[in-house]
Ligand binder design. Structure first.
Ligand code: NAD
Length: 260
């Protein structure tokens, strides 16, 4: 049902972003992917997306910690497809340290990537969405947009602010047939998470099961990870006509974490 539409997903060379791209491509959308990684791997993913959609898939490699990088990404998409109909701001990074040791340059980078890049992509995408009279803006926020954990000052601040930005945009665009929503995962089973298990087993002298249940899923009452595909399906739903009146909201997919 997305044939003829173009979706741009930031940070989509791996994990959740790639799952969004796959889900939207499966509905026939053109996709623009972005992010870092091995060039051959990325080309394989890009070709796979094009094959899946029967439409076009392009990769634009820009660093979204700068306004210029965001502008180059959006311009590249406009040059190829004319507009971006579905914008998913997903690129993000983490740094864990107590406030007194938190490196100021890490703070700046995380605010730039996890928050400011979304401001830039939105301000550039919106005029064309308005022209076309249709648009979907989705942010990957986090359970940390609604609640905090110690030692994640920059991440928690950026994600809370991202939820505020989303509400603001939703109100501004309420009568334009453009919705803006957050998807807020708890723990998602990505290679990034899986690869942390062996080190944590060693560091804490725990079994794999203990690491998963007592460390990772400590705050998730269901004791289950979300899968990247779950979030892909949620994004597809938000693009449907039946979701046209869902805007300015923050949809949790966190096993009950933020219900506590
Ligand atoms: P990931 O590390 O697998 O993916 C991050 C993506 O962002 C990659 O494609 C990476 O190349 C890209 N990226 C990193 N720095 C960039 C930069 N400067 N410019 C452009 N792209 C850049 O992580 P993920 O787990 O898939 O996370 C995706 C989003 O989901 C993030 O915003 C993260 O905060 C959020 N999230 C993840 C989880 C989880 O459990 N994995 C939970 C809640 C929220």
């Amino acid at each position: 049902f997305l044939k003829g539409k173009t979706a741009l997903i930031t940070g989509s060379t791996s994990g959740i972003g790639l799952a969004y791209a796959q889900a939207l491509a499966a509905e026939g959308a053109n996709v623009v992917i972005n992010g870092f990684g091995d060039a051959d791997e990325i080309e394989k993913e890009r070709a796979g997306l094009a094959a899946k959609s029967g439409a076009e898939a392009i990769y634009i490699n820009t660093d979204l910690t700068t306004a210029q990088g965001c502008e180059e990404l959006m311009q590249g998409a406009f040059d190829k497809f004319g507009a971006v109909d579905i914008l998913i701001n997903n690129a993000g990074m983490q740094h864990v340290a107590p406030i007194e040791d938190f490196p100021p340059e890490k703070w700046d980078k995380i605010i730039a990537l996890n928050l400011s890049s979304s401001f830039h992509t939105c301000r550039l995408a919106v005029p064309k969405m308005k022209e076309k009279g249709w648009g979907r803006i989705i942010m990957t926020a986090s359970a940390h947009s609604l609640t905090a954990s110690p030692y994640k000052a920059a991440y928690v601040s950026a994600k809370h602010a991202l939820a505020g930005l989303t509400k603001t945009i939703a109100l501004e665009l309420a009568q334009e047939n453009i919705t803006a929503n957050c998807i807020s995962p708890g723990y998602v089973w990505t290679p990034l998470v899986e690869n942390q298990i062996p080190d944590t087993m060693k560091a804490r002298n725990m079994t794999r099961e203990q690491v998963i249940n007592e460390v990772m899923l400590e705050r998730e009452p269901t004791k289950k990870f979300s899968q990247p595909e779950d979030l892909g399906a949620l994004a597809v739903f938000l693009c449907r006509d039946v979701a046209a009146n869902i805007t300015g909201t923050n949809i949790s997919c966190d096993g009950g974490w933020t219900a506590q």
